[in-house]
Ligand binder design. Structure first.
Ligand code: SAH
Length: 341
């Protein structure tokens, strides 16, 4: 049995033809699935005979909702999803005026080991297939009863550590006959796996690349991100310039502000210096405190001062709005709470 969501229309068309069915049935099946029908038997324009054959070879791999939490303002909905093998991942829907955005997971757990992140504490269990990542969107849409128009790959996992499945997922959701999510509405966030960023630059995609920088120099970065021992900030910035040249897309840098660690004037100036002249945007994130470490969120004064330093130096900067902090919407906390119970 295969997850039908790991096939595209062309592949299912081939299967139809090999099984004595008309090729156009493939499109019909996917139309149903994209409409939120996750049971072959409910596909009304398809004969029982065809459905029986489909059921023999395929299942529709949408995860089950284990927990669904809605924030007080109702603008954030967090899901703990379970796949058929029992593995758990989190997805978060954020409702904005300009549309609904989903933060999807790309791996069960993560092996990057960033100190501030709850997803990585038990390491990586397995990669998610492209269909499994896609299924997070389908299930979330069904649950909220609205279309999702923006996707950020910022849930658990390192997307570039699951490269092929992630690229397949991006191509699939951006197809007009699929979910039709414009590539400019897709953001891929990475801790900075340099050779993979280079490969990504060659994929001819129009997505936004976000780099989890979190420090203005390698010494500081190494204290919280093991990947910094492998790739230097210089190498990361070089490959970002390459990405910008190839794609004409502005790169985002994420910087989680931790009190007394990376939020001082000196770090603000240093960050401005290394980013000057790069077509970029800095996203400051007040670090989400997790109980597994002692990293504290910067004070709002420090956050504003830090932003002002960057802006004064001509670096476009925003402070990420904190949404859903009342529902543990950040960074793997819900799955951990569940695993520990
Ligand atoms: N592995 C990818 C994507 C997943 S993490 C990456 O590293 O980019 C998505 C973003 O959340 C990253 O910028 C990550 O550094 C950040 N993050 C993780 N834990 C956090 C926390 N406790 N507070 C604030 N940001 C956090």
């Amino acid at each position: 049995m295969k997850n039908i969501l790991d096939l595209d229309t062309e592949k299912l068309k081939l299967w139809m033809q090999q099984n004595g069915e008309k090729g156009f049935r493939a499109k019909q099946v996917f139309q149903w699935i994209y409409k939120g029908i996750f049971d072959f038997r409910s596909m009304k324009n398809i004969s029982t005979n065809t459905l029986e054959k489909l059921e023999k070879d395929f299942y529709i791999g949408v995860p089950k909702v284990v927990t669904k939490l809605v924030s007080k303002e109702e603008d954030t909905v967090k899901f703990l999803f379970a796949y058929a093998d029992g593995n758990l991942i989190e997805s978060v829907v954020m409702k904005y005026k300009h549309g609904n955005s989903i933060c999807v997971s790309t791996q069960v757990g993560c092996r990057m080991g960033c100190k501030f992140c709850a997803s990585t504490i038990e390491g990586m269990v397995r990669n998610l297939s492209s269909g499994e990542i896609l299924a997070q969107i389908l299930k979330a849409q069904e649950e909220i009863g609205e279309r999702i128009s923006n996707v950020v790959l910022m849930g658990s996992g390192e997307p570039l550590d699951n490269y092929e499945n992630v690229i397949k997922f991006i191509r699939e959701i951006s197809k007009s006959e699929g979910l039709n999510i414009g590539q400019r509405h897709i953001t891929l966030s990475t801790c900075g796996i340099v050779p993979k960023i280079k490969e990504l630059a060659h994929e001819n995609l129009q997505i936004t690349l976000a780099i989890s920088l979190h420090a203005p120099n390698d010494n500081l970065r190494k204290q919280v991100m093991p990947i910094a021992n492998k790739y230097s900030i210089n190498e990361i910035l070089d490959v970002c310039k390459y990405y910008i040249k190839k794609t004409n897309r502005r790169v985002s840098f994420e910087y989680a502000l931790v009190e007394g660690f990376n939020d001082g004037k000196e770090q603000g100036e240093e960050l401005s210096t290394i980013l000057s002249g790069i077509l970029c945007h800095v996203n400051l994130i007040p670090v989400n405190e997790i109980k597994e470490n002692s990293l504290k969120k910067s004070s709002s004064d420090n956050i504003i001062n830090f932003k002002n330093i960057l802006c004064k130096n001509g670096i476009e900067t925003t402070i990420r709005r904190e949404m859903g902090s009342d529902i543990d919407a950040a960074c793997g906390q819900l799955r951990r709470r569940y695993l520990n119970n």
